[in-house]
Design a protein around this ligand. Sequence first.
Ligand code: IMP
Length: 443
Amino acid sequence: MPGIVVVGAQFGDEGKGKIVDFLAEKVDMVVRYNGGSNAGHTVKVENKVFKFHLIPSGAVRGKKVVCSGGMVINPQELIEEIRFLERRGIEPDLVVSLRAHVTLPYHPVFDRASEKRKGEEKIGTTGKGIGPTYSDKMKRVEAIRIEDLVSNKFKEKISKVLEAKKKWLIEYGAIKDKNEIEKYKNVILNEYTNYGEKLKKYVGDDSLIINEALDQGKKVLFEGAQGTLLDVDHGTYPYVTSSNAVAGGACTGAGVGPNKIKRIIGVAKAYTTRVGRGPFPTELKEETGDLIREKGGEYGTTTGRPRRCGWLDILILNYAKRVNGLTELALTKLDVLSGITPLKICVAYNLNGKKLKNFPVSTELVEKCKPKYVELEGWSDLGREEWREIAKKGYDALPQEAKNYVEEIERRVNLPIKIISVGPGREETIEIKKELKSKREGI
Ligand code: IMP
């Protein structure tokens, strides 16, 4: 049975959590393939709001959920999320990969210290220790995996790691001097042995479990964290996260072959946002940007930081289509653009008098690009009830200007938009089963 990937088509925060929750009804398993607690997914069910950083949003539907080996896991936060679900009457059917790497208390310390040292050059990380955890994974000698955390070799392993890191623990301020190392080690040892005990019942071979499910004809949804332009290889380097957020990350992270993936859904907001530093050609630094931020509640789920807001960028969506092999798009937060007119969509960049149709490789060049826009007429402000009514009736009930906006995107990216989200609730979602007008006419 085919695997489905849900991937962010912009800079993260596209509303993947809501789309995954919507699709999860019809699947058997949801697998998160990259990142750690830098991500934040919000799912609204009736009047309950669920916020996750690690556990895939499919848990709310009672589905089997997997934290794959491509992830980095802060055990304390994972246990808190498990407890959060339990308090709401959900016993998560969770598998935590033995291959996943563990974020330890010194990783956030290193993350923040490294950002501080960079000063003006900082990345604007979430400060959750994600970069240092992945760096240790790549270094291979100073890393702890979930398999180590739950084994009786943990004491030996962590002692070696802390010994190797002694100099850095002092330099970055995790401990004052070398006399504190024993105490620091004992605190970590006690706390993390306890976490290991608690997580033991969830650990497993994610790749085996997922492939067996696929072979049995089960539907598996792979959920990416962050977005295409934050991918460590394909994003606006160095202003990126440290994992593979692109669709290919589902294969490397979860240990499945590319031939198992048949549907790749790129989730895009109807406009663009970015949190943290890095180039953003369509950023609005004036009042329209503030308006979008306030209307869309554009504040980070993990850090609470205000998100930078701007117009939709077709070059970014076409880039996401290429590097992920997108088969379709899901468009979120269309309701937020209500009452704003005219609406602009970036269709090309101007770089020193040259017209660019493709998103450049070099971050320095992206910084110099000036967007070229097409303008579309907006539609009037609608209340929550009106949006719910529209969602109930389906695509045809959208204001004509909103349909024009959607179809303009379809034409320019040449992909069908199959899901449109017009509000945070499950019921505020339009699923488009037929091909849209733009496709039918083959424009
Ligand atoms: P890190 O992943 O904490 O190292 O942060 C690196 C960059 O990715 C920063 O610009 C963060 O703001 C950004 N980032 C990380 N996770 C997310 C996310 O889930 N949504 C949006 N941006 C993110």
